[in-house]
Unconditional design. Structure first.
Length: 403
């Protein structure tokens, strides 16, 4: 599963997020097509690569004509949130992008509406700002879709400090609408960040896209940088978006242990299944001798710290234990990744590739081997052997050495 992690260490805005996505994708053609898809073909797209505190990043700007140069509609008072949502729905964008864009504008409308006492769809944004917001929101959602990202997380967001100039005068940072949109999102210490670091559009995108804090452990596969408008010099006013793969086998873990002497062993398998469904990384069961000479079962479960509570609850619910011991540990693992191979033209088998200090080891996924053996009638050990050899052939061409 492809995962993205938004790192708003200097805040987040729509254009910063767009820049990081253009950087990751490596082209801007997909973004330059958006104005026409949203029926505003007169809007131009400019891509630049400035530096922010010596850090190279992509800057995205939209050239929106002044309202008086546009024809067919009086835009002097801007566009309402309802109009922007209608423009999105009329576009040929994917259903997912349309739904999330409408949700983002709904959140912006609700926040501004609460402040100004109007209904969300009647909230008006001035013409240039409205089209900027429209292209920012739709562009970011389309960019993540282009990257085939399935899940987005975020690190704590910087909000900045000081005051911001608005049409209603100077307001403290974060501005009132941004404050509402940031409800429920983790905030980080501002550090050196000055001024308005997070905009309403950036906050709304976090609300729509992110599942919250990242997993406890993950590996970086790529990263992209988007430049903010200002270049304060003392820190990089930029946003980083990281493409990552979850690595639940590595890092800090908790160990849950219990001894049970009154559970029918027939129910161990359903118990193990419930623990894995709750987030367990591994589960070991063995016989011990308990109090008064009774034969007991020791159950030891490995979990990430974030899954410890849910796995503990499952262990209480699906066993007869009255108490569970929990202790932290560090889990050191080999770097690993997964390949899928075709076995004998019959079906797919996933194989784990473990990169050790002495070479590479390959291990076919047991469940895939058993399932394919049942489908084909080929013995499971033969399926495993053929899957291993198929993986070795592929990896040898890439320079892997095997133990």
């Amino acid at each position: 599963m492809r995962t993205a992690i938004i790192d708003p260490f200097a805040g987040i805005s729509g254009d910063m997020t767009l820049g990081s996505l253009v950087d990751l994708i490596g082209s801007s053609a997909w973004l330059e097509e958006l104005p026409s898809k949203l029926a505003v073909p007169e809007v131009g797209v400019r891509i630049a690569r400035p530096t922010r505190c010596s850090l190279s990043a992509i800057k995205v700007d939209f050239d929106v004509p002044a309202p008086e140069t546009r024809h067919g509609h009086d835009h002097g008072h801007g566009r309402s949130v309802g109009e922007l949502k209608a423009m999105v729905q009329r576009s040929p964008l994917s259903t997912s992008v349309k739904q999330r864009a409408s949700e983002a504008f709904g959140l912006i409308g609700e926040a501004e509406g609460r402040i100004h006492g109007v209904s969300p769809d009647q909230v008006h944004l001035h013409e240039v700002g409205a089209l900027d917001a429209l292209l920012d929101v739709v562009g970011v959602l389309a960019g993540f879709e282009h990257l085939a990202v399935e899940t987005v997380y975020n690190l704590p967001v910087a909000i900045g400090n000081g005051w911001v100039d608005t049409a209603h005068g100077k307001l403290p940072v974060p501005a009132p609408a941004t404050t509402i949109l940031l409800e429920g999102i983790s905030i980080r210490d501002a550090g050196p960040v000055v001024g308005e670091a997070t905009t309403p559009t950036g906050a709304a995108l976090l609300r729509v896209l992110s599942q919250g804090r990242p997993p406890d452990s993950w590996r970086i596969s790529a990263s992209g940088w988007g430049a903010g408008e200002r270049d304060p010099g003392g820190y990089p006013n930029a946003l980083r978006v990281i493409l990552a793969e979850e690595a639940p086998e590595a890092g800090m873990v908790d160990i849950l242990v219990t001894d049970i002497d009154d559970l029918n062993p027939e129910y161990i398998d359903p118990l193990r299944e419930s623990l894995f469904a709750a987030g367990a990384l591994d589960c070991a069961v063995w016989s011990t001798q308990g109090k008064k000479g009774r034969v007991s079962l020791r159950i030891e479960v490995l979990v990430t710290p974030s899954a410890a509570e849910s796995v503990t609850e499952a262990l209480f619910r699906h066993s007869t234990t009255a108490g569970i011991r929990r202790s932290p540990a560090v889990r050191s693992t080999l770097k690993r990744h997964e390949h899928t191979v075709i076995v004998n033209g019959a079906g797919e088998v996933r194989v784990k590739v473990l990169e050790g200090p002495g070479g590479t080891r390959i291990k076919p996924e047991y469940s895939d081997v058993v399932d394919l053996a049942a489908e084909t009638g080929i013995p499971a050990m033969d399926i495993a052997r053929m899957a291993q050899r198929a993986a070795e052939i592929i990896l040898e061409k890439k320079g892997y050495k095997f133990l």
